[in-house]
Design a protein around this ligand. Structure first.
Ligand SMILES: *Cc1c(COP(=O)(O)O)cnc(C)c1O
Length: 364
């Protein structure tokens, strides 16, 4: 059977291995498995969210509120933007998909960082667009600008803080960069880890309200999957000028967010204390990773997120190490597919991190 020719170019995205798979493959007891592979919040979500979700279970027979009014109201007051400036997606992944379909086709170019979130490239290939990558591993805005001038991309993706490296752009430099981009080019600012970056360093904090007040060609992305501890609920959002939002809406399937997910995300926004505590713990635990790396003489990238990237030495092989960890029930992300001899580890709870250090000491 023949399929869409564009699909030939796509390598299927490999998500962090789920616990269920490790149970089946290695016969390990689920309670002995630790997943530090997908940057979920190791402390879970707020108790208020759990209670609220239980309370709406009786509504499961009905389709969800497709206007998503409660969540839009909550996001609207959280970010001080109008509801017309917001679109909600089944994860911010879905908004990335909408943005590419809205703006690119097979004659388009999409500019991304050399090492960044893999889905930009995959969605761009859906429409047959050409991917242009920087050579620098860290976002180098001068190089981005040079490639913008030379290649005239229709979309530029900036991921700050960046996944899978953890580094972040200075917010002022980001604004200065966007000011130089013509209004026909869509600039997507993916802030999946912005809550962490903003906590660690105010100068990294990108305020979506300011962004869309200044620029009509910017789409800001946020998610409930990371700091808010709702990866399993699949809720993300886009914030942009209403003209962009209206176009993205044309691509949205109806009822793309479930009743339970809408409720969870709305209530999660009301418990900032919980999120704040988790983020504070994250950076306390991250210090332990920095000390561990220093002692083991491994490079660690300064991270503004809830994960660390350990760049291994030449005598160590990230694929082997990730495989050996997996056999012991520890799931981390091997970055060899990104051309790096490195592993990315989500910063877990104190116990989870201690366990990883112990296993790594045996392997390194
Ligand atoms: C996790 C992540 C997302 C999207 O996550 P969703 O669960 O789809 O909301 C987007 N961008 C980056 C960089 C991420 O790491």
């Amino acid at each position: 059977m023949k399929f869409n020719k564009h699909l030939e170019e796509i390598k299927t995205y490999e998500a962090g291995k789920p616990i269920e798979l490790v149970v089946r493959e290695f016969g390990i007891d689920p309670k002995d498995i630790v997943k530090l592979a997908s940057n979920e919040n190791p402390y879970g979500c707020s108790q208020k969210v759990k209670d609220a979700v239980s309370a709406v279970i009786s509504k499961m027979a009905l389709y969800p509120d497709d206007s998503m009014i409660k969540l839009k109201d909550a996001l609207s007051s959280r970010y001080e933007v109008a509801k017309e400036n917001i679109i909600i997606g089944s994860g911010s992944d879905q908004i990335i998909e909408f943005a590419i379909h809205a703006k690119a086709d097979k004659s388009s170019k999409v500019l991304v960082n050399s090492v960044t979130f893999a889905m930009y490239e995959i969605y761009a290939k859906h429409v047959g667009a050409q991917i242009i990558k920087t050579s620098s591993r860290h976002h180098d805005l001068e190089e981005f600008y040079k490639l913008y001038v030379e290649e005239k991309p229709s979309i530029i993706f900036l991921c700050t803080p960046n996944n899978p490296t953890g580094d972040a752009l200075d917010a002022k430099e980001l604004f200065d960069f966007i000011a130089k981009i013509d209004s026909e080019t869509l600039v997507v600012v993916d802030g999946a880890y912005m809550e962490y970056g903003a906590y660690k360093d105010e100068t990294k904090k990108v305020n979506p309200e300011e962004l869309i007040a200044k620029f009509e060609n910017v789409l800001y992305l946020g998610t409930f999957s990371k700091a808010y501890g709702l990866g399993g609920m699949r809720v993300g959002y886009g914030i942009a000028d209403s003209k962009i939002i209206n176009e993205l809406y044309k691509l949205r399937p109806p009822f793309n967010i479930t009743t339970l997910s809408l409720e969870a995300a709305t209530v999660a926004l009301s418990d900032e204390v919980f999120v704040h505590e988790c983020i504070a713990n994250n950076f306390l635990e991250m210090k332990r990773y920095e000390e561990f790396a220093k002692k083991q003489k491994i490079d660690i990238i300064n991270s503004y997120t809830n994960f660390v990237t350990l760049c291994l030495n030449d005598s160590q092989n990230s694929t082997n190490i990730a495989d050996e960890l997996l056999k012991k029930g520890m799931i981390v992300r091997n970055l060899s597919g990104y051309g790096m001899n490195a592993i990315r580890v989500t910063v877990g709870t104190p116990e989870q991190n201690s366990r990883l250090f112990k296993l790594l000491l045996e392997l390194l």
